[in-house]
Design a protein around this ligand. Sequence first.
Ligand code: ZN
Length: 107
Amino acid sequence: MLSWKNARKMGHRLLSATLRCRQCSRPAGELVGFADLSLGEARFLPLDTGFMPHNLGGELRCGRCAGQLYLDDVEPLGRSVPLDEAGGVPFARVMSGEVEMAGTSAA
Ligand SMILES: [Zn+2]
């Protein structure tokens, strides 16, 4: 299960992270969310909607190679914006496999 690391120390700060694959090391996209909220409430901004992460047995996997994903480059953002303005989709919907980006379902 993915979660922010050391988030408790950071308090209510906006963090950004790269969701990266352990296997092919390609980034799936960026996450933006508050350290003191669950990762499910963060926003996910996919880099390539043709390769969305998918849920495999309760674990989020790489859209290209099905490798395990992890949070890379977690860092606080200097500014604080409402998450609605960060764009993207709620990460909880990605984790539950609810989000299929436009184009992927047409085939
Ligand atoms: Zn991969």
